[in-house]
Design a protein. Structure first.
Length: 231
């Protein structure tokens, strides 16, 4: 059986496209697992993904938790959708709040292992879980994360490729986060190299199949670039 395409849908269409209970469950499971995976990578202390380097750097200068900073930054990025005329879905809004809340809970439950090999295992497990979590919430087809929407909106308005825009955004937040004290290390490189292939393998297996409005929608959906699980 062919993999289900990611369909381009309006927020209203996302909610009326069918299999909503299954999709909501998958969305919440993915967002929860994403938050746990961030806590695992933070506790490994071997480097974070670019956006999380930024979140960590901001949190280092404010009396706020990592999760709270993640929520604030997600909401701020969502405001940037307005001039780009992007339309958030239910999953977009849930992404802003659920991941940050879960990350703080998971951080309170996890500690940093003493041995380097244990931290490496924790990092590797966190990256794999992050890829699975991202595939789950993207595959629920209830709207992209705020950072993915920023990327696709800039792609549409600038005419630049997804690769160029995504690289520019992530290098910018990585540099700013590092200058503010964010944790950059081997984990940052490992995440950059591994997350794409993990999502590429898992996303077709967890994308919920929906009936397209038209044949044209199916073709467009199949041709869309798959969002990254960076929120």
């Amino acid at each position: 059986m062919a993999s289900a395409p990611l369909l381009p849908m309006s927020p209203r269409r996302q909610l009326s496209a069918g299999r909503l209970a299954r999709r909501l469950t998958q969305l919440l499971a993915g967002l929860t697992m994403f938050g746990v995976s961030l806590a695992m990578m933070i506790r490994a202390q071997l480097g974070l993904a670019p956006w999380d380097v930024f979140h960590y750097g901001v949190a280092a200068h404010l009396p706020l938790s990592f999760g709270t900073v993640t929520i604030i930054v997600g909401a701020a990025v969502l405001l940037l959708w307005i001039p780009l005329r992007e339309m958030p879905g239910l999953g977009t809004v849930a992404n802003v709040f659920v991941i940050g809340l879960v990350t703080d809970v998971a951080l309170a439950m996890l500690t940093t292992p003493g041995a380097l090999w244990q931290r490496a295992v924790l990092l590797a497990a966190g990256i794999v879980l992050n890829g699975l979590a991202g595939a789950l919430y993207i595959g629920s087809q209830l709207g992209p994360g705020p950072r993915d929407g920023l990327m696709t909106g800039l792609v549409r308005h600038t005419g630049r490729s997804v690769g160029v825009v995504r690289t520019a955004i992530e290098l910018t937040v990585l540099a700013v986060g590092w200058l503010m004290g964010g944790v950059v290390g081997v984990g940052t490189v490992a995440y950059a190299l591994a997350i794409g292939p993990i999502v590429h393998v898992l996303l077709p297996r967890v994308t919920v199949r929906l009936e397209p409005v038209s044949t044209q929608e199916t073709q467009v959906g199949a041709a869309l670039p798959k969002p990254s699980p960076s929120g």
